[in-house]
Design a protein around this ligand. Structure first.
Ligand code: SF4
Length: 63
C-alpha cells in the first residue's frame, strides 16, 4: 500500500514529509507555499507515521 493525500484537507504543514522514515514524500512549491507530494510510493513500509503526524487527517493508505 502507499499513501494518498487529500488536497482538500492538506494545509501544507509538511509533517508527513518530515516524519517519513522511507523518503516517500517530496516537497512541491505551490502558489500559496509548499505542500508534500507522494514521490516514491513503492518505498512505503506502511508504518503509518505520516497518518498519525498529519494535523488534518489528510492521508490514507491505499492499494
Ligand atoms: S506510512 Fe510510513 S513509510 Fe509510508 S509514507 Fe507514511 S511515514 Fe512513510
Amino acid at each position: 500500500m502507499y499513501p494518498k493525500i487529500d488536497y482538500d484537507k492538506c494545509v501544507g504543514s509538511l509533517e508527513c514529509y518530515d516524519v517519513c522514515p522511507a523518503d516517500v514524500y517530496d516537497e512541491e512549491e505551490t502558489k500559496d507555499g509548499k505542500r508534500a507530494v507522494v514521490a516514491r510510493p513503492d518505498e512505503c513500509t506502511e508504518c503509518e507515521q505520516c497518518i498519525d503526524a498529519c494535523p488534518t487527517d489528510a492521508i490514507e493508505l491505499v492499494e
